[in-house]
Design a protein. Sequence first.
Length: 325
Amino acid sequence: MAHHAVSGRAEGRRVARKIIIDTDPGQDDALAILLALASGEALEVLGLTCVAGNVPLGLTTRNARRICELAGRRDVPVMAGCDRPMGRDLVTAEHVHGEDGLRGVDLPAPTMPLDSRHAVDFLIETLREAAPGTVTLVALAPLTNLATAFRRAPDIVARVADIVLMGGAHRALGNVTPVAEFNIHVDPQAADIVLCAGAPVTIVPLDVTHKALVTPARNAAFAALRTRVGQVAAALSRPTGRESARHGGLGAPLHDPCTIGWLLAPDLFAAREVNVMVETGSELTMGMTVMDWWGVTGRAANARVLHDIDADGFFDLLTAGLARL
Ligand code: RIB
Ligand code: CA
């Protein structure tokens, strides 16, 4: 399983890495999208493919466009994808993200149109048209869109440069059940399809994102930007009591932007090649990611799993990125 370099070089100049962000905005998705859009020299965002997750699909597509317009990027295609998991009822997270999915901010309703293409068609067409190994899929949500695309067009799997997904947990406890992380738990069948498809996968699990805590000082740094984006970032990431209480009252974890941090500055992270499988049978452990850290199963490694982060370096990167918008 070859992982392609983070970004290429052509005639000595840096070529931005092409990415598609699959997302369910979602407060932390919003910050990930902003950081990606602020990093044009390294990342070319080909489109946002939306899926039901934190809130229903109609709200994730609305929020994705609100964030693009906040960043001044009405040019980025935003597409609607799957409105429910492959084999289970949709579970949403309004208690975390608010009824509209972007608790805490009063961004206007979007004026940019939703792209008419279905997100799954966009994934398939874009991967077929691009040179193999040049498009990275950044998955910040339940993996329903990606799994549906892989099922409908198996030929695209070999064309994927990398799938960088926020999801799962190794030693960290689950955040939606005692053992399962939300993105995997919402659609475990989809996660199983993606992890077993054979494309390069980089997993950013709760073990990493629980070290990326938005402390009051880090939140204040967003506000200190004194820009609309800084204000929104501070509002979106203001620690809630419940989330912060789980982490010693220090702050709430910032999950999705860690995927973009990896693409921009992989040296801020530690990683290990590991076999990862998903529980899709037992309701007790449904959506649990079983990571064979010591190789005791003999199963081949199918994922690069991040397990540590330089949190100060990451927040410096994120704050500097937001300052550019
Ligand atoms: O478990 C955290 C993940 O679930 C994040 O992607 C968050 O946005 C929610 O989708
Ligand atoms: Ca998300």
